[in-house]
Design a protein around this ligand. Structure first.
Ligand code: HEC
Length: 127
């Protein structure tokens, strides 16, 4: 029993380290209605991070024209949930942003969108 507790806390601290101590420590409890930002984070890390980067501002060294949208910016964050959902679902023609409807279910897109909301500048400092 005691060992299980130690093992679990070890896992938790490793997960924290895995995200560089930044994203892993984010308060994920205030994200969008509907989607689950915790499972969204897993999807983001597996599928979006290589272009949009760990903080949404774009992956380092990526050379795309146009460059990946800055998901932390007000320009993106001010869009309605429905608009962002559609962008992720349908992709954006003539850009590297693909239509994720072929790879992700609607629920998974809501989850990843809930996580994208946590990338907003100042997210953790909002009341
Ligand atoms: C291959 C690179 C690539 C991957 C992978 C990728 N994106 Fe994108 N994304 C882009 C590019 C490029 C744009 C378009 C930038 C523009 O509009 O000029 C974009 C645009 C977007 C937008 C629209 C922002 C706006 O202007 O409103 C959202 C939202 C978005 N991406 C979310 C995601 C999510 C969520 C994932 C993972 C499921 C993802 N992207 C995966 C490259 C990528």
């Amino acid at each position: 029993m005691r060992h299980t507790v130690i093992f679990c806390s070890l896992l938790v601290s490793m997960a924290g380290l895995g995200f560089g101590g930044g994203v892993g420590l984010k308060d994920l409890t205030r994200a969008t209605k509907g989607g689950d930002p915790v499972s969204g984070r897993e999807i983001y890390v597996n599928t979006c991070i290589r272009c949009h980067g760990i903080d949404g501002k774009g992956a380092q060294g990526i050379k795309l024209v146009p460059s990946p949208a800055d998901l932390s910016s007000p320009a993106v964050q001010n869009r309605l949930d429905g608009t962002l959902f559609r962008r992720i679902h349908e992709g954006k023609p003539n850009t590297a942003m693909g239509a994720w409807k072929y790879a992700l279910s609607d629920d998974e897109i809501w989850d990843v969108l809930a996580y994208v909301r946590t990338l907003a500048v100042g997210y953790n400092t909002q009341p």
